[in-house]
Ligand binder design. Structure first.
Ligand SMILES: Nc1nc2c(ncn2[C@@H]2O[C@H](COP(=O)(O)OP(=O)(O)O)[C@@H](O)[C@H]2O)c(=O)[nH]1
Ligand SMILES: [Mg+2]
Length: 315
């Protein structure tokens, strides 16, 4: 069965509680008091860190309540309790962290980047600090760890997106431009969730994203619309149709769908492509005619990509 693609999760985080300070009051034969209760250890913090091997948030689907370890209580002889272990939550590159109300707290776009999401509580003070013969019921409890409701919102960090009708060659294009080997088939709706791979032109790397087919009247449902959020970061949108599709209206329909989600996305560079000119005719003058099977039109698209991404290296 195909794995589900998860691009948004809500988490409840609870950082570790600080350990309590210890109260030790021991009367020595000399009559003096020995007060040597140690302080509690610090509660564990919760970090959210980028792991570049991840491609969605599904690892968190069944772990929505996450806690870090509490600190240990203080010990005798002035010994501080053990610190609680930090908890590290791993997320893919491109994850945004929001408060439940919507405020953006962090946008994780660097490999290895870490965000301190919930701070562990401080340990309580033990009574060793108190002077001899001071009142000895003096120690403090550990502080509670921070509690946070957060939303993790994964937005694929790609420069190029392939968007269009089903069966028009998007996956074939993706496999040509990147090292990814997506499923390619003559059947509609083979690609079920967004896929991306890393492409290379000269010495420059960039990411290319394929969105599951949208735009068919039959398929204007909610799920496809939700995937449009992954256009947020791209610089180039390549709109796909093939020679079996109608003509201008199809691109119009795609534009409309995208702008109904977010009209700003149409300010990005949009390249219209009609694929499969080996078996039909391109009916739209503005579009680039392409045949992935016969390698026609390819150079022109690469030139466009190089121009927009300012890649000047030779292909
Ligand atoms: N004739 C022809 N068929 C192509 C061309 N490019 C892709 N196809 C075929 O079109 C079908 C759908 O391709 P796919 O990449 O899965 O389309 P997607 O649904 O848009 O991802 C596959 O059978 C491909 O082999 C092309 O340039 N010419
Ligand atoms: Mg596909």
């Amino acid at each position: 069965m195909e794995r589900t693609f998860v691009d948004e999760v809500e988490l409840f985080l609870k950082a570790g509680r600080g350990g309590d300070g210890l109260l030790v009051s021991h009367r020595l034969p000399s009559g003096r008091f020995l007060n040597n209760g140690g302080s509690g250890g610090k509660g564990g913090d919760i970090y959210i860190c980028v792991d570049k091997s991840l491609t969605d948030l599904s690892s968190l689907l069944h772990r929505r309540n996450l806690k870090a370890e509490s600190g240990g209580s203080g010990r005798r002889s002035n010994k501080t309790g053990a610190g609680g272990k930090d908890l590290v939550i791993k997320v893919p590159l491109g994850t945004q962290i929001r408060e439940k109300g919507g405020k953006l707290l962090a946008d994780l776009l660097k490999e290895g980047q870490a965000f301190l999401a919930a701070k562990g509580g401080r340990g309580g003070l033990g009574n060793f600090r108190k002077r001899v013969n001071d009142y000895l019921r003096q120690r403090s409890r550990g502080e509670a760890g921070e509690e946070k409701y957060l939303i993790l919102d994964y937005r694929i960090p790609a420069e190029i997106a392939l968007v269009g009708f089903t069966n028009t060659g998007k996956s074939t294009f993706l496999s040509r431009l990147t090292s990814l080997k997506p499923k390619i088939s003559p059947y509609p709706f083979t690609t079920k969730h967004p896929l991306w791979g890393v492409g290379k032109i000269g010495f420059s790397n960039f990411r290319v994203l394929e969105l599951p087919a949208i735009g068919d009247n039959r398929f204007k449902n909610k799920i496809e619309r939700e995937f449009l959020k992954h256009l947020e970061r791209v610089k180039i949108i390549i709109l796909f149709q093939d020679t079996s599709c109608g003509s201008l209206e199809n691109f119009f329909l795609l534009n409309k769908l995208i702008s109904s989600y977010n009209s700003r996305y149409l300010n990005k560079r949009i390249i219209k492509v009609v694929n499969k000119i080996d078996v039909g005719f391109k009916k739209d003058k503005e579009a680039i005619g392409l045949s992935l099977h016969h390698n026609r039109g390819w150079e022109r698209i690469i030139r466009e990509i190089k121009g927009v991404l300012a890649l000047n290296s030779e292909f």
